[in-house]
Write a protein that binds this ligand. Sequence first.
Ligand code: UDP
Length: 489
Amino acid sequence: MASLPKDLHIVLFPLMQQGHMIPMIDIARILARHNATVTIVTTRVNADRFRAAIARAIEAKLKIQLVELYLPLSEVGLPEGCENFDMLPSFDLFVKMYTAMGMLEKPAERVLRGLIPPPSCIISDNQFPWTNDVARKLGIPRFVFHGPGCFTYLCLHIVMNTNILNEVESDSDYFVLPGISDRIELTKAQAGGWAKTDTKEMEDFFVQMKAAEEAANGIVVNSFHELEPNYVEELAKAKGKKVWCIGPVSLHNRSFLDIAERGNKAGVDEHACLMWLDMKESRSVIFICLGSMSSISNEQLFELGLGLELSNIPFIWCIRHKTEETEEWLSGYEERVKDRGLIVRGWAPQVLILSHKAVGGFLTHCGWNSTLEGVSAGLPMVTFPQYADQFINERFIIDVLKVGVSIRMEKADKYGVLVKKENIMRALESIMDKHEEGELRRKRARELGEMAKRAMEEGGSSYLNISSMIQDIVGQLATNNTKSIQDIV
Ligand code: UDP
């Protein structure tokens, strides 16, 4: 590890959404392990979710701290305490959350000016565009963290910066995405859903995010070079800046507690869950989890359950949203499948489950973290995207990595149409299939899992990228300091 200036201090601004906070907390600990001092700026409720993990890191002598800002929710008409996107009752309220987040600029600048040692660099979620102005005022570099991998990031860049969506007439017709080396077919609804700017406020917000990204000194991506080598380069070319792939960041967690307690308190006893898995044959279980934000209708949930029941495959199924109707249905269902099915209500210790040897497949909503966690565990996946970039991640899993099967096996199973139990069963069976095609998929998935682990080990591509990213920060700081001395002279 190259030596660092003693007082290198990196400040992180994670978006208050599990899919963004969880990897940023991992990034914080990775940077601290590389001897940087790290401050994570967030709000009380979000800090509470990670306090135990940060306390463990401090105990392990990492120089890391949480700083809390007050989020003025009542000023924008949101209930006090509703500080994470997963607490908002509807997607329509996102815009109010963005307004409240925008009001954090001045308090954040004050906090940063008081930090000792003074901040050397900001790594900010791209949904805090104002951190760009704060960095400029402090004369320090700012790197942007977006969330998805390079392939998806590039696809989104193409969608946002070409006329392609205007050239496609119907929302449901498939078109081939231009400027991508793999043949990727998407519908307009799938490609454009991510950047829904149906209000003036959201349109302005996208303009601000784009400008702040263009001004950034580099892009931090939770991916690894070997997973998507062409796309790392193509993304860097498209954005005209350095792209630092430093993941899969979840793999840096080594202790039981760090792996088991990611993001939230689990709705199941982690040890009991492992004991349940210990009783199952190697690679025989499928894990089903649709992420921290998406919710499916009860009708679809029941159909999913029935598909699992028909398949006869052992499973762990994480169900996030419960209603009285769900519970009523589940009581009979759980009894019927009790010999081979475990239902987790609320939050699952996902990475712990995925890394158990009894797990042989993952039915995922294709959030980027889940995608990468599935890859890291060397698992083939059944893809069930719901919204935003998840449809593009699905294409990555199926068309680029070739380790997945879509749950929407029929053309008629378009998004928004109920996926029937028979189709669900076929997708599940196909992923666990012992025949040639399934075997090949599993082999590819295993190889990717090995590559992911190597990338994070000392000397691996992501490990080396972290070191050179830190050196790049040091270099940029020195340039900024020289410039400001020249300005004074
Ligand atoms: N996660 C988890 N348990 C759950 C649901 C989600 O540990 O029950 C974690 C998952 O491991 C991943 C993150 O939450 O790290 C979800 O991020 P992702 O990008 O996959 O999807 P999102 O929730 O943002 O849609």
